[in-house]
Design a protein around this ligand. Structure first.
Ligand SMILES: [Zn+2]
Ligand SMILES: [Zn+2]
Length: 534
C-alpha cells in the first residue's frame, strides 16, 4: 500500500490526494487486527479506510496482487524510487536515465549532472538540472531525512503505541526532539508494561518494513525508508533514558557521567542532581553555562505572524485565534493575513478595512488580549510591497516576506529584501531565506548584508516555526545574534494545530544560544507598542 502511495504520488505529481489517502490507510491498517480478510463493514468503520482502500484490500485478499500497483510498477523502474519525487521527473525520463546513463540512485544522478551527461537527455534543460542538483545536495549526509518527515512518522507511531499498549508511556527523543533540520533516525523511549506486546505490535505494524530486537532496544525501518530505534525503559529510570536517548553524547556525559548512570525517574531530577535547571533539548548541544540561559517558551508574550481564514490558505476564524491565544497565555497577537500580490490572492484595502472593524469588535469582547492589526505583505521582485503606503499606514505594522521570484541573482535578491526592510511600515522579515527543508533550497541571498540592514533599521528577523522552514536556521541565527540582531519567534499558523509551531521557532533560538532579551515578542505589551509605533 505504501509503495502504491509512492507510485500514485509520482504519477499524479506533487500533492496527490489519493497518495495521501493511501498513506493514511497504511496507518489505519494498524488499527485492524492485521486480518486483511476482515469484513467490509469493520474496514469501513475504521477511520482512514474508505471505500476505495477497502476495495484494494479486498482485491489483495482475493488475488494476492493489486492491478493498479502492477501497472504503475511497469511504468517506473523499481530501483529509482528516491528519484521519483524530483520536480519535472516523468516515467519516461526515469527510464532513459536508467537505460542510457545507468542512473538508479541520487548519487548516480548527481554524478551524471557533474559530468553534464544528464543534459544529453531529451527534455532535460539547464534549469531542470540545476533544480535537481540543488534538491539532491540539500541533505548534509546521504541517508538523512528532513526532520519534519521523521517527526510526522514518530508522532503517529507514538500515538499508536499509546492506544494499543495500554499503560505504556511513549516519548519522542533523539535528534527529532532536539529539533534538528535533518535526522538520520527516529528515537522513541517506551516505558513498557510488557516488552513483548510492544515488540509484537511493532513487528506487525503495516508502517514498518522490519523491526529487529537487540539488547535493550528495537531497531526498525519504515516503508518510507526512515530508520528508527525504540528504547525500553523502566519507569524509575525514565529521566536517565530520556537524556541518553535525546543526546547529544557530549551533553549526556556531562549530566550523567560516563560509565553506568544513576537511574533518575525524571529529567528534572537528573539536572537537579547537578544543580541545574531542566535544559530544553535544542540547547543541549551548547556549553552548559550558555544552555541554562537560553530563551524559554514561557518567555513568549505573543505571536506576530498568524493567518485567519481570510487568507486563501488560512483555516482559522479570527475569534478562534483570539481565544486560543488567550489560552496560550499571550498578552498580544498580530494578525497577518496574506495580501494582494500573492500568486493565489490575498487581502486588499477594502478587505483590510472590513477586518479592522472585526478586530475592533473582538477587542471589546476580549479586553485581556491586545489585538494588533498587521498583514504579511509580499515583497515584489524590485523590493516594493503589494499594498499602497496609505493602506499600510492604517495597519499597526507589516510583516514582509518573499513568496515568488526565487530564481533571481544574489544581487537582486539582496537588494529587494533590503529595500523592503527599509519601508517604514515593515517591522519583521518573515522566513528570510525562503528555504523548505528537503524540497527548496534557500534563495541566493547575502544574508550578512540583510542582517546588517535589519539591525540598522531596528527590524526583527523572523524565526519561522513551520517544521519544514525553520527559517532563519540555527547557523544564521548565530551569525545574526553576533551582529546584534533581534528576532521574532513566530508560528505562521494557518490552522489551529499550527499555533504550537512557535515552539519550533523557540527551539531554533535555543539551539543558537539566544536569550529572551534578544527577542521582540518576549517584551511586555507597552514596550512592543513603542517599537511598533517608531
Ligand atoms: Zn509567508
Ligand atoms: Zn505567513
Amino acid at each position: 500500500m505504501w509503495q502504491l502511495a509512492d507510485l500514485v504520488q509520482a504519477d499524479e505529481r506533487r500533492r496527490s490526494f489519493r497518495a495521501r489517502a493511501y498513506r493514511r490507510a497504511v496507518w489505519a491498517l494498524d488499527e485492524l487486527d492485521q486480518d486483511l480478510g476482515a469484513d467490509r463493514d469493520v474496514m469501513l468503520a475504521t477511520p482512514g479506510i474508505g471505500a476505495g482502500v477497502a476495495g484494494l484490500i479486498e482485491e489483495y485478499g482475493r488475488t494476492g496482487a493489486l492491478a493498479q500497483l502492477d501497472r504503475l510498477r511497469g511504468m517506473y523502474p523499481d530501483e529509482t524510487a528516491s528519484l521519483r519525487r524530483l520536480p519535472r521527473m516523468t516515467p519516461s525520463l526515469l527510464r532513459s536515465l536508467k537505460a542510457d546513463l545507468g542512473v538508479d540512485t541520487e548519487a548516480d544522478l548527481l554524478r551524471a549532472i557533474d559530468r553534464e551527461d544528464a543534459l544529453t537527455l531529451k527534455g532535460v534543460g539547464e534549469a531542470t538540472v540545476q533544480l535537481w542538483q540543488a534538491i539532491l545536495q540539500l541533505p548534509p549526509h546521504p541517508g538523512m531525512v528532513p526532520a519534519f518527515r521523521a517527526w510526522v512518522t514518530a508522532s503517529e507511531l507514538i500515538a499508536h503505541l499509546r492506544r494499543h499498549i495500554p499503560g505504556s508511556g511513549a516519548h519522542m527523543a533523539g535528534a527529532v526532539r532536539r529539533v534538528e533540520d535533518w535526522v538520520d533516525r527516529i528515537d522513541i523511549v517506551i516505558v513498557p508494561r510488557d516488552v513483548s506486546a510492544v515488540e509484537g505490535f511493532l513487528g506487525t505494524s503495516a508502517v514498518l518494513r522490519r523491526a529487529d530486537r537487540s539488547a535493550d532496544s528495537l531497531a526498525f525501518e519504515t516503508h518510507a525508508g526512515i530508520r528508527g530505534r525504540v528504547h525500553f525503559s523502566g519507569a524509575d529510570s525514565l529521566g536517565t533514558t530520556m537524556i541518553e536517548a535525546t543526546g547529544p553524547p557530549a551533553h549526556v556525559a556531562e549530566i550523567l557521567g560516563t560509565g553506568s548512570p544513576v537511574p533518575y525517574a525524571s529529567e528534572e531530577e537528573a539536572y537537579q542532581s547537578q544543580e541545574l535547571p531542566w535544559i530544553p533539548p535544542p540547547s543541549r548541544r551548547l556549553p552548559l553555562d550558555q544552555a541554562v540561559e537560553t530563551v524559554r517558551m514561557e518567555d513568549v508574550r505573543g505571536d506576530l505572524h498568524v493567518h485567519s481564514d481570510r487568507s486563501p490558505d488560512g483555516r482559522m476564524p479570527l475569534e478562534l485565534i483570539v481565544e486560543m491565544s488567550i489560552q496560550r497565555g499571550y498578552e498580544y497577537l498580530l494578525i497577518t493575513d496574506h495580501t494582494l500580490g500573492l500568486r493565489f490572492g490575498g487581502l486588499g484595502r477594502d478587505e483590510l478595512l472590513t477586518q479592522a472593524d472585526e478586530l475592533e469588535h473582538l477587542r471589546r469582547r476580549y479586553p485581556e488580549l491586545t489585538i494588533l492589526h498587521g498583514a504579511e505583505v509580499n515583497i515584489g521582485p524590485d523590493g516594493t510591497l503589494d499594498l499602497d503606503d496609505e493602506t499600510l499606514a492604517m495597519l499597526d505594522i507589516a510583516v514582509a516576506g518573499l513568496h515568488s521570484h526565487f530564481g533571481l541573482t544574489i544581487e537582486q535578491q539582496t537588494a529587494r529584501v533590503i529595500e523592503a526592510l527599509g519601508h517604514p511600515a515593515v517591522r519583521v522579515l518573515a522566513h528570510p531565506t525562503g528555504r523548505r527543508i528537503g524540497t527548496r533550497p534557500a534563495i541566493e541571498l547575502d544574508v550578512p548584508a540583510v542582517i546588517a540592514a535589519a539591525v540598522s533599521h531596528d527590524r526583527a528577523l523572523e524565526c519561522n516555526g513551520h517544521r519544514d522552514r525553520l527559517d532563519l536556521s540555527v547557523q544564521w541565527v548565530q551569525t545574526a545574534a553576533g551582529m546584534g540582531a533581534r528576532f521574532a519567534a513566530n508560528s505562521d499558523a494557518h490552522r489551529p494545530d499550527e499555533l504550537g509551531n512557535i515552539a519550533n521557532a523557540i527551539a531554533i533560538l535555543q539551539a543558537a544560544g539566544v536569550e529572551a532579551t534578544q527577542l521582540v515578542n518576549t517584551a511586555p505589551v507597552d514596550e512592543i507598542a513603542k517599537w511598533l509605533a517608531r
